[in-house]
Ligand binder design. Structure first.
Ligand code: G1P
Ligand code: ZN
Length: 544
């Protein structure tokens, strides 16, 4: 099979963001755009020559075309073995699981996560390293540097591979293995969780659940694990068939976009437990009857109860959370006498901590949690963790969380997103906040006294690498916090996120509405950043 060198030209906008390179589908369809980025991956990762590469995606529009391009370029770039999910599907955590299990040299995951799909939607490409995790900054920067000079790429000329037939075939010297995307992942889940006990819970007849796969990649995983293996009953999984446009929806598991399960878990007839995951299956939302568990609380509850779960019974080494995530898990770590790390936003920052066995559990406020079982956040894993916990404790979700608050206090939490604001205005707003930082400590904002104000910088304790400008933090003396940062995953204009947290120790006050508790902090946060004057927005686009 002949490999050809096809000339192209460098693109200057291929720097990976918080989670890979994410753009409009139409950007990826520009001739040579995807190919140049792929060539940059092959050029910067010499281990892939003769090595093994895992490939799959969330099934969104352009997934199949992109996989054919990857196959041809992998063959031309001397990859030894390609492991591809049948139908071109692999959830992000399942891809991580396969990289680790088959000792691959890396993986390419095609996804724009929770962003809308379809011809007018978004597309994305992420490179994961041999540990199964997202490439760390040093590697994404190397790939980016290559994209700036790539002016030709290698590809072979051959027919498209049928992605729907399992088994092995050869393309020249490269072996292509198409495998069921669910099997290995399901096996790993059965090692971590007590499937027998969860089956008993479903058989008891007084427990009902719903899982919303949002027409995204977790449908096949959830049908197999929840309905078949755990016998949760037909109809437990809704929107379980992956679609190229996610059924026209926005595959983001939050109270706005996963509203069907919010409605069906409300009131006396509501199910006991409901959950959803996102486009590529790494996010999760957890609901009880009439009860929303914030992702920050979910992480804290998991850490506090890990000893009750089969795969975590022995001990957990430590925990980590992204900086904007609430400090609820810090309190659990203190109680357990284990380390708690505060990292910049993005899963890649957990990688070294997981590899070095410094942490077992980690999570982000953006509906992500995970453990050292793979190197990615994992939506279904979190759902199974909760199911296992409910099966052990035989209490409702609301009882488990309120008891948790009684022990540790409650960290009220909310996030305001201002989407699609003009990039220059967003940058100026952040600059303006940065300028105010030196004079804030010790000053009063409303009824709050500022304890510290900084632009978060992180030094990785394992490799010493430093990541600066990771968000503006303003901490108050009584434990509340305001955090500002610009999104690194958007594809249009800029998205400003404001994260607000208020700590309440008194159980009498735990039943208050979050919006009510947050009102004074919202006022301070919007005023300090001059939101309305600088962005023209009086209200955020989304509140979670
Ligand atoms: C967002 C989330 C972040 C998450 C990332 C990928 O990034 O905030 O926690 O890791 O998506 O799922 P952002 O758009 O804020 O840069
Ligand atoms: Zn995702």
């Amino acid at each position: 099979m002949k490999s050809a060198l096809i000339s192209s030209h460098p693109f200057d906008d291929q720097r990976p963001g918080t989670s890979g390179l994410r753009k409009r589908v139409s950007d990826f369809q520009v001739p040579h755009y995807l190919e140049n980025f792929l060539q940059a991956i092959f050029d910067s990762q010499p281990d892939l020559r003769g090595g093994t590469l895992v490939v799959g995606g969330d099934g969104r529009y352009y997934n199949r075309e992109a996989i054919q391009i990857i196959i041809r370029m992998a063959a031309a770039n001397g990859v030894g073995t390609l492991i591809i999910g049948l139908g071109g599907l692999l959830s992000t955590p399942a891809a991580s699981c396969l990289i680790r299990k088959y000792r691959a040299n890396g993986g390419i995951i095609l996804s724009a996560s929770h962003n809308p799909g379809g011809p007018d939607g978004d597309f994305g490409i992420k490179f994961n390293t041999a540990n199964g995790g997202p490439a760390p900054e040093a590697i994404t920067e190397l790939i980016y540097a290559c994209t700036r000079t790539v002016d030709c790429y290698r590809s072979v000329d051959c027919d498209a591979i049928d992605l729907d037939i399992a088994g092995e075939q050869l393309m020249g010297e490269m072996r292509i293995t198409l495998i069921d995307p669910v099997t290995d992942y399901a096996e790993l889940m059965s090692e971590l969780f007590d499937f027998g006990l969860i089956r008993k819970l479903f058989r008891s007849g007084d427990f009902r659940m719903l899982f919303d796969a949002m027409h995204a990649v977790t449908g096949p995983y959830a049908h197999h694990i929840l309905e078949e293996q755990l016998q949760a009953g037909a109809g437990t999984v809704i929107n379980g068939t992956p679609k190229e446009d996610f059924g026209g929806g926005h595959p983001d598991p939050n109270l706005v976009h996963a509203h069907e399960i919010v409605e069906r878990s409300a009131g006396v007839d509501g199910v006991d437990f409901a959950a959803a995951s996102d486009g590529d299956g790494d996010r999760n939302m957890i609901l009880g009857r009439d009860f929303f568990v914030t992702p920050s609380d979910s992480l804290a509850v998991m850490a506090a109860n890990a000893h009750l779960i089969k795969g975590y019974r022995e001990s957990i080494h430590g925990v980590a959370r992204s900086m904007p995530t609430s400090q609820a898990v810090d309190r659990v770590a203190e109680h357990l006498g284990i380390s708690c790390y505060e990292t910049p936003t993005g899963w890649k920052f957990f990688g070294n901590l997981l590899d070095d066995s410094r942490i077992t559990l980690c999570g982000e406020e953006s509906f992500g949690s995970g453990s050292d079982h793979v190197q990615e956040k994992d939506g279904l894993w979190a759902v199974l963790f909760w199911l296992n916990l409910l099966a052990v404790r035989r209490q409702s979700v609301a009882e488990i969380v309120t008891e948790h608050w009684q022990t540790f206090g409650r960290n009220f939490y909310t996030r305001y997103d201002y989407e699609g604001i003009e990039s220059a205005a967003a940058k100026a707003l952040v600059e303006h906040l940065r300028d105010q930082l030196p004079k804030l400590p010790g000053s009063k904002l409303g009824a709050y006294k500022v304890e510290y104000a900084d632009d978060f910088s992180y030094t990785d304790p394992v490799d010493g690498s430093v990541s600066e400008h990771q968000g503006i933090r303003i901490g108050f003396t009584e434990g509340s916090r305001i955090v500002y940062r610009l999104s690194g995953t958007g594809t249009q204009g800029a998205t400003l996120r404001i994260y607000l947290e208020a700590y309440e120790a008194d159980p009498e006050k735990h039943r208050k509405e979050t919006a009510e508790v947050m009102r004074p902090l919202v006022k301070i946060a919007t005023k300090l950043a001059e939101i309305e004057a600088r962005t023209g927005r009086s209200e955020p686009t989304v509140i979670t």
